[in-house]
Ligand binder design. Structure first.
Ligand code: ADP
Ligand code: MG
Length: 228
């Protein structure tokens, strides 16, 4: 069953946030999900200790370089979705996880410096494809973007990635207080209260769009072959 990794050597680009948002959305749609916290700082595990984790979502914390492949394979046998939140460095753990991925999501904030870090992640994916003799699908996810304005810089980066044939998610993870708040209050954006945070409807819509696009991508025939 599909394994999705969040990868970029850039810290703070939204890997953990997007992992939790995606995992909770998929779990709320009814599919059991294993979310593997492969970052030694354990940000996802800290979220999971708070109340409101969806019933179908299991969080695994005790993974290391030595166990990551076994944990991914075990989880893939028991749950329809496995999501791996990776640390923001190029480590063996990151390389191993990518080697087992059906889809690698590369979060990028709309700056040129972030795009350069994304290029590193993509090079690593391509190396793993060669090393393991299999295609690994990936796509860039723009994060922390403004819902209201479309800055020129972002359009420029998008055009450059397009020109290099790098797939980009149609959905962007907009900068939203709700995506920060789930790490303070626990649970999902659906369960936040409007007395706690504003803009909830927009955040919920954004989160659902991300999950729907990921599911649609995984259904693509080329990806299905890669996952088989
Ligand atoms: N879409 C978003 N909206 C608002 N804040 C965000 C969003 N994505 C990330 N953040 C914030 O940015 C910081 C870094 O995000 P994080 O998910 O921890 O990145 P990474 O895991 O790549 O290091 C955190 O403070 C997080 O709350
Ligand atoms: Mg993180």
């Amino acid at each position: 069953m599909p394994t999705i990794c969040m990868a970029s050597s850039k810290g703070g680009c939204g890997k953990s946030t997007s992992s939790v948002v995606l995992a909770t959305q998929l779990a709320q749609r009814g599919a059991p999900v294993t979310l593997i916290d492969a970052d030694p700082n354990r940000p996802v595990s800290a979220w999971a200790k708070r109340p409101g984790r969806p019933e179908h979502l299991t969080v695994l914390s005790d993974v290391s370089e030595a166990t990551i492949i076994d944990e991914i394979e075990k989880a893939a046998q028991t749950t329809p979705f496995v999501i791996v939140d990776l640390e923001g460095t190029a480590s063996m753990t990151v390389a191993y996880a990518i080697s087992r991925a059906d889809l690698v999501i590369v979060p990028v904030q709309g700056s040129q410096l972030d795009a350069a870090e994304a290029a590193k992640a993509i090079r690593l994916i391509r190396q793993q494809e060669k090393a393991f003799g299999r295609a690994i699908a990936y796509a860039v996810l723009f994060t922390r973007t403004s819902a209201a304005i479309r800055p020129r810089t972002l359009q420029h980066i998008r055009a450059e990635l397009d020109g290099a044939g790098i797939p980009i998610f149609r959905t962007q993870m907009h900068e939203r207080e709700a995506f920060r708040a789930i790490f303070s209050f626990g649970g999902t954006v659906e369960h936040l209260s409007s007395t706690q945070v504003g803009g909830l409807d927009a955040a919920v819509k954004n989160a659902r769009e991300l999950a729907a696009e990921v599911v649609a991508l995984l259904r693509k025939p080329a990806l299905k072959e890669a996952a088989a």
